[in-house]
Write a protein of this length. Sequence first.
Length: 267
Amino acid sequence: TMPSIFSYQSAEVDWCEGNFERSAVIAEYYNTDGTSLFSFLLLTPLNFLVLEEPPRACGRMELCHLKVPLLLAGVFSMYFHMTLSYVGQLLDELSILWTLAVAYSFWYPQAYFPKCIKTRRHFFWLTGITTVISTLMSFIKPTLNAYALNCIAFHLLYLTWRELKKCNDKRVHRMAAVMVMWWALAITSWISDRWLCWLWQAINFPYFHSFWHVLIAMSLLYCCPLVIYFDVSYEMPSFKPKLEYWPSDSWPVVVPYVTLEEPHKQC
């Protein structure tokens, strides 16, 4: 009989960490408890602070829509690595796809819309249809889903490069550089776990996918305010966005956020 799609280890992928070595109910202990919990319980709330609407942002509520997908991505990632189930794998991957779809829908600059798309509403429909098709295609060959999702990062990096060419603010360039650094470390960890598992198991250090969880969360911590900065520049040109760091610029570990300066009109 076919195994249940909810059964433990029914997923089409398995990561390098040994299964059930430290718990009878958690398949990948460090991928679940050690790093997913860290990323979910610590860095995700910090991202929520970054995603809080500036008080003078004229009531724009788009940023709030990203909080639920981010939460679901964290929960589903924990569930997948705990069970290695087929359902867990799809939920983990699809939650990332849906989070990207929400981000693209609200934040993709209108200047980069295809020529056939004239309004944000039309772009919502395009993004929605693309997301539905991608969701259905993800069931065809689930082992390819993670590679396809990671490839979207190259488009995001290309957009960042395009925006940086038009921006002279050193803080923006610095934040983009830090974001890319964390992303590069994250994708290196992901690829190392996927392709060099034999090496890490030989030296008894199969934890690079757990590093991926922390590093990509750190990259998002810098990516979110950077996207907000560019979004405000496009959508609210009467405000002057500025990147700040909490608690201080001089601290080695900081939480970046966006402030609005010298509004030319009142909300």
